[in-house]
Ligand binder design. Structure first.
Ligand SMILES: C[S@@+](CC[C@H](N)C(=O)[O-])C[C@H]1O[C@@H](n2cnc3c(N)ncnc32)[C@H](O)[C@@H]1O
Length: 210
């Protein structure tokens, strides 16, 4: 009972804070808390936001990159405009959506790729968790296509089967990888965020293999 009371209070707290600060979604605080701990986004960065609707993370990212930075957000759903942010409508499981982003952000020119994509919930945890892993795998592919060497990546995923394999894959591609549960995530939530810093130079590692 006390836990439910606490969760309600916490939800209400972030809801009020989001309203007060003009954020479109409480999830904005998750990115702010990730940023506070890991300093992923810098002024002037080019940031690609996957699963961007309704735009909370893009609002935070825009403030962090400032006037000299670039934000491109994409979602299945339409997103109300934000000044100096480009929003695209697209499904990140389709190759054409990556191409839409590439029409704006040249190959290997993004500094940061962030993904808060969540599947439509079926109510069956193993189905939803498997879908979440798949969305994160798509986000990893997108990050590899768009990020500069040294670029950073954030991805939300639900804990469970195949998470370790996903982590192993990300560990191979980035120099530093951590898991983080921001305080703004519900305590009962199984979502975690993978924070991956410094994309490795795959060209160099391939040359080393041969
Ligand atoms: C939790 S919401 C994102 C909230 C957002 N970060 C914010 O702060 O406003 C998850 C989003 O992922 C999107 N999504 C799910 N699957 C997707 C896909 N295949 N391609 C693009 N977006 C997707 C959903 O439409 C949904 O808007």
């Amino acid at each position: 009972m006390a836990t439910r009371w606490y969760l309600e209070k916490k939800r209400e707290h972030y809801y009020k804070q989001a309203k007060k600060n003009g954020y479109r979604a409480r999830s904005a605080f998750k990115l702010l808390q990730i940023q506070k701990k890991f300093e992923i986004i810098k002024p002037g960065d080019v940031v690609v936001d996957l699963g961007a609707a309704p735009g909370g993370w893009s609002q935070v990212a825009k403030k962090l990159v400032g006037d000299s930075g670039t934000i491109v957000g994409i979602d299945l759903l339409p997103i109300d405009p934000i000044r100096d942010v480009t929003f695209l409508k697209g499904d990140m499981t389709k190759a054409e959506s990556l191409q839409k982003i590439k029409d704006i952000v040249d190959d290997k020119k993004a500094d940061v790729v962030i993904s808060d994509m969540s599947p439509d919930m079926s109510g069956n945890y193993s189905v939803d968790q498997a879908r979440s892993i798949y969305l994160c795998q798509q986000a990893v592919k997108t990050a590899e296509a768009l990020l500069k060497v040294g670029g950073n990546f954030i991805c939300k995923v639900f804990a469970g089967e195949d998470l370790q394999d996903l982590r192993n894959d990300i560990n191979k591609k980035f120099k530093m990888v951590k898991q983080f549960s921001p305080p703004a995530s519900r305590k009962s939530s199984s979502e975690i965020f993978i924070i991956a810093r410094f994309l490795k130079n795959s060209q160099i590692s391939r040359e080393k293999v041969y």
